[in-house]
Design a protein around this ligand. Structure first.
Ligand code: FE
Length: 411
């Protein structure tokens, strides 16, 4: 079973990445930032986690208000550094531990945390800034990651209490993952800062110290605070520290603090810390059974569209979904094979699409609602797709309905 070896807390200011890229460790202004990460590097070298579960927020780089969600789990296998306006940082992409992410996602949903899931998105400084301090950029990353993006920028945002509860569920989710791997939780963000309005430049070192104390000893008090209280005490953007409570929830009620630093060189108070569970006795790992889907596999002719299927057939579904774009439709009509090759479809996938083999496509992992689009593009009515999936002629299938109706989602 997977084990949580401990947790790291770290600010995620762009300045941290800036310092790492320019190797400013010998500059007295920047040196304390590097020094803050040395004990964390040593702890990681000793504990050797396989996976970092990184809690961060995107800064309107990869996530926008066209679809903004509270808790978004990355289920991808690879994460590029994002371009935030001045070219992406020259860092290797992070490897995503997608099987663990999917397991955590299923477990959290079964506990009624309504997660969303992302892939195909680069990660911004919220994730890469601190991680780039913890590994040699010349070497492959020493761990894979599961990123959890928290939507803290468009109100309403999750309550501190909800973050804390989510962390407790994440602990159960990770510990029920059947593989023997070691996971460290990384919480990013904060501490006190405000970057907008006439109050820009607000900090509160005294509150930051109180926050760090309560974080260890009385997280329930922090979980009971409102967003307005966080904003008043720690600056409006400083409220992102509620993300730390997710990490705190994933630790035991009692923790040991192994490291803690605080530095305020510019706009944001930079803090780092390491925590481990302080348990009297080791706990037994929980066992997770997905009750919601128990028995689904016995339904014949039924292919539940799960994160596993979405992952397997991602390129295929993405391409067929892109047929909602008139430009893609025109290209697909003119040169279907080239359009599909460019979209990254495998030969097997291209053959199924070219043959309009509706049953094979569904069995493979296409979701019906992209087949509907392919049917519309192909001038095939929906009923022909249903009949083909059943292995019947349209006429025979129509006999099972009260009328012989024909339609499609196209015009
Ligand atoms: Fe931030």
């Amino acid at each position: 079973m997977a084990t949580i070896v401990g947790a790291i807390a770290t600010s995620h200011t762009p300045t941290i990445g800036f310092a790492a890229d320019r190797k400013l460790q010998n500059d007295p202004v920047w040196a304390p930032i590097f020094q803050a990460y040395e004990p964390i590097k040593a702890w990681l070298a000793e504990r050797r986690p396989d996976v970092l579960f990184v809690i961060y927020n995107d800064h309107i780089t990869s996530f926008f208000f066209d679809h903004y969600s509270a808790f978004t789990l990355g289920v991808d296998e690879r994460y590029e550094p994002a371009d935030e306006g001045g070219e992406p940082r020259a860092l290797k992409p992070l490897v995503g531990r997608a099987d663990l992410a999917r397991h955590v996602g299923v477990s959290l949903m079964s506990e009624e945390f309504d997660m969303s899931f992302f892939r195909d998105k680069p990660l911004d400084h919220g994730c890469f800034s601190p991680l780039s301090m913890l590994a040699d950029p010349e070497q492959p990353w020493p761990w894979s990651i599961v990123p959890l993006q928290v939507g803290v920028l468009q109100f309403p945002i999750p309550t501190a209490h909800r973050c804390f509860s989510l962390g407790k569920a994440i602990r159960r989710a990770i510990e029920s993952f059947p593989e023997d791997i070691k996971v460290a939780i990384v919480a990013t963000g904060g501490l006190s800062h405000q970057v907008h309005g006439e109050r820009a430049g607000f900090n509160n070192p005294e509150w930051d110290q109180t926050f760090l104390d309560l974080f260890e000893t009385d997280p329930d008090r922090l979980a009971a605070m409102t967003h307005a209280q966080y904003a008043r005490l720690g600056g409006f953007e400083g409220s992102e520290v509620i993300m730390w409570l997710i990490m705190r929830g994933a630790l035991a009620p009692k923790v040991k603090r192994l490291h803690r630093t605080y530095y305020l060189p510019s706009m944001t108070a930079i803090a780092t810390a390491i925590y481990e569970d302080d348990l009297a006795e080791p706990e037994t790992a929980p066992i997770f059974v997905d009750k919601q889907t128990e028995g689904l596999a016995d339904l014949e002719g039924t292919y539940p569209f799960t994160l596993d299927r979405a992952n397997k057939a991602y390129a295929l579904n993405r391409f067929l979904r892109s047929l909602v774009d008139p430009k893609v439709r025109a290209r697909f009509a003119a040169e279907p094979e080239a359009a599909m090759v460019d979209a990254g479809l495998s030969e097997h996938e291209r053959r199924m699409v070219a043959a309009r083999d509706w049953r094979a496509l569904i069995q493979y992992g296409a979701i019906f609602f992209v087949l509907e689009k392919l049917a519309a593009v192909s001038g095939v009515p929906n009923i022909a797709v249903y009949a083909a999936m059943r292995g019947q002629s349209v006429e025979d299938f129509q006999k099972t309905r009260s009328a012989a109706m024909t339609y499609g989602v196209g015009r």
